[in-house]
Design a binder for this molecule. Structure first.
Ligand code: C2E
Ligand code: CA
Ligand code: CA
Ligand code: CA
Length: 275
């Protein structure tokens, strides 16, 4: 870079500046969205493989009127600490939604929410979840939390401790994005988990290599630890069939539905996805 002279520095500075400005811009959008309550949860159904019925929903955060991916704004929220109030909003909104279903006389279904590291280690997290479940009188076993491996990369002891307290509350726990990080199977043996979500990339890799047998063994192993398996990112019918054969308990992906608004949920609730 240096060899090419001064202009490159300028170029580099501009790029940095652009990146920095973008971050500030998104941070401002997040602050405004918090103030104006203009966050919204989208829901993606998770299908029970055996019955083809919707078993639960994963709540995925969006900002009203902005087309910014959570892949972009969640890291900024995490970095700035805004994830704490935003995460509280997500927890409350998901719990409120389960209560609304019940009030309308619907069969309520579990909702899972994503927790990023800073939220997970927030000392108020457990009390907040407990308090909110009580406030809306929602059965804790209907709330699921999804955490990724990077959460407990360095803080094993603390993580197990928090997970145990969540379990004691009655909340369900999923290990998200399995197969993307260091993915030591070892984690599965000492974490009090309920489900393992196989990442889309892992499923793609096995199917591409026609190495579905390894997938069979991996799923058998997870079952051996008394955990359920969810396959993420199922886009093709053929993948659905293969993952069903491999023993995946649940399936999630665009093949069934993309994340949808609460208003759109009615249309898919009683659908049979084996058809
Ligand atoms: P994730 O938890 O792994 O969520 C799954 C992502 O995969 C979602 O992206 C979903 O829309 C997408 N997806 C679902 N099915 C398919 C498929 O068949 N093919 C493909 N290519 N993608 C599929 P989304 O909604 O953009 O969220 C991205 C990430 O942002 C999430 O990944 C999660 O890590 C984070 N996130 C979203 N909402 C929240 C939240 O409320 N709190 C926190 N802490 N993180 C969130
Ligand atoms: Ca997730
Ligand atoms: Ca995931
Ligand atoms: Ca992911």
């Amino acid at each position: 870079v240096k060899r090419k002279g001064k202009n490159n520095y300028l170029f580099f500075d501009e790029k940095m500046k652009e990146k920095f400005n973008k971050k500030i811009r998104i941070e401002n959008i997040l602050r405004k969205a918090l103030k104006n309550e203009s966050f919204v949860l989208y829901y993606q159904p998770i299908i029970e493989t055996r019955t083809g019925k919707v078993a639960s929903f994963e709540a995925l955060l969006r900002i009203k009127d902005f087309n910014i991916s959570p892949e972009v704004f969640i890291p900024i929220a995490e970095e700035t600490g805004l994830i704490i109030p935003i995460g509280k909003w997500v927890i409350k909104e998901a719990i409120k939604q389960m209560r609304r279903w019940r009030d309308k006389g619907h069969n309520s279904l579990p909702i899972s929410i994503n927790l990023s590291p800073r939220q997970f280690f927030d000392i108020n997290l457990i009390d907040y979840i407990k308090k909110t479940l009580e406030e809306y009188d929602v059965d804790p076993s209907f709330l699921e939390v999804e955490i990724t491996e990077n959460v407990f990369a360095e803080k094993k002891f603390e993580t197990v401790n928090i997970l145990n307290r969540l379990k004691a509350l009655g909340v369900m726990i999923s290990l998200d994005d399995f197969g993307t990080g260091y993915s030591s199977l070892n984690y599965l043996t000492f974490m009090p988990l309920d489900k393992v979500k196989l990442d889309k990339s892992l499923k793609d890799k096995f199917i591409e290599l026609e190495n579905i047998k390894i997938m069979d063994s991996l799923i058998a192993l997870v079952h051996g630890l008394n955990l359920k398996v969810v396959t993420e990112g199922v886009e093709e019918v053929e993948e659905f069939r293969r993952m069903r054969r491999a023993g995946s308990d649940y399936l999630q992906g665009y093949l069934f539905s993309k994340p949808i608004t609460i208003e759109e949920i009615g249309e898919i609730l009683n659908k049979d996805y084996t058809k």
